[in-house]
Design a protein. Sequence first.
Length: 86
Amino acid sequence: MKTQTTDYLRVVGAEYVSGYQIRLSFNDGLVREMDFEPFLKKARNPMITKYRQLRNFKKFHLHYGDLMWGDFDMIFPITDLHRGEI
């Protein structure tokens, strides 16, 4: 009997590039640069607009394979990031 393991898609690396761009590495080997500026420009929620300040934006971190800011202030579905969509 073959043992089946399920490995969920997750972000394994996140590196600040410049402006509002972050280079994301996924556990399937894909590396993608994401530009969060258009999303932040459209945002109206103060919990999100505070990340227009670069010093706040640069404080992202990985939490169990998710890219996030603050205490879940800003977080995106992994599949969207993997496709390059926000």
